[in-house]
Design a protein around this ligand. Sequence first.
Ligand SMILES: [Mn+2]
Length: 480
Amino acid sequence: MQGVVRKLTKFTSHRQLSVLGFRSYFTDRVVVDIGQPTSASHPQLLKDGELTPGISTEEYTLRRRKLLELLPEKSLAIIAAAPIKMMTDVVPYTFRQDADYLYITGCQQPGGVAVLGHDCGLCMFMPEAKPYDVIWQGQIAGVDAALDTFKADKAYPMRKLHEILPDMIRGSSKLFHNVQTATRAYMDLEAFKKLAYCNNVGDLSVYTHQLRWIKSPAELKLMKESASIACQALLSTMLHSKAYPFEGMLAAKVEYECKVRGAQRMGFNPVVGGGPNGSVIHYSRKDQTIKHGDLVLMDIGCELHGYVSDLTRTWPPSGSFSSAQEELYELILETNKHCVKLCKPGASIQQIHNHSVEMLQKGFKEIGILRDGGSSSYNKLNPTSIGHYLGMDIHDCSMVSFDCPLKPGVVITIEPGVYIPSSFNGPERYRGTGIRIEDEVLITETGYEVLTASIPKEVKHIETLLNNFCQGNNLRATSS
Ligand SMILES: [Mn+2]
């Protein structure tokens, strides 16, 4: 556990550090690597007092206190970290921490189990760093980090779990656990099985999703930054699309633009569908050329320090919408704008969805792509919900009903669309078209704030941008 220090502390003198403006603790003690950024090891990412970038240690403590207030008397919460998923024998997929585990502990590594109870407070069972693993994977957070950094009340190595956890379970009348990451490390314990047999084990996400649903000011700052990165990245990709109309290249471009702005990863596999591929809602192949005159639909989002963004724009890389494309686009745009205006405390996603269906049904009929009023015909053109909650997960807080009246601090998406496959039995001019316009909307005390407002969605704005975009080396040729 010892010996892993930043080279900086070894080779730089006190005087040099002061000159460079480093904070004094760099000079006073060795900076220990706990396997994830801290304000000491990564001052460029975290301020003093933050446990993860943008979120203070106090906020994590407050989250646990609020969760305990929600949990019934004599109950215990067990939350395992996300498991590592393997691509091949020794090659893992990129690790992503489970949102509940991260929300409660701030710990970004796999292999641990956190227990929260009225009597024990936060008890963390931590993986142990084996010398061989440290050589290959680097340092990890162990029992010391659990106590010092994550502020656990108690911490033990994972190998002690089967000795310590059964007594904690036996002292509780009800258990709640994170079903998403449930692991045999605790589910195989006799004490756990006994409570499960008596129906005294429930899903913890009923409570964690209630808390995560309403974002704190610090969380909203990260949500806004994440949205802003996604907007800048998509705008840059939109401009690039005229010269490089290839689905795969646009996906690579947007990912690069997000990561170069500080995002750790994409929030999901970007959807980049040219022409008829845009009518496949979660199209993921991205192996086609976008034909001249076709639209491209891009649904993208990134993750910034645990908080994701999600937005969609549809545009013609050639620089002009055809009249059929514009007719459909204007209907979706009007629906998007109308639904955004409905966002306010007290409204619900379900209500806004119902409005969007009414509006789209009417519009589809006027255009002539919907003949009867039946919901199955409508669902063929748009089977999606108008939106979802957004936060640490893309489909955030799934335990909170879409009927729930919205409150200030909740973030939702508004994403009306129309999906017309090439095989569509209707007017030919609309066949093979997919359009979605998605914005992120924060519910405020007085109404709403669109977090993705910086990227254009009006036809004229998009066309002007694309046709007057200048790469910088051919000013005369492109700015007419
Ligand atoms: Mn979405």
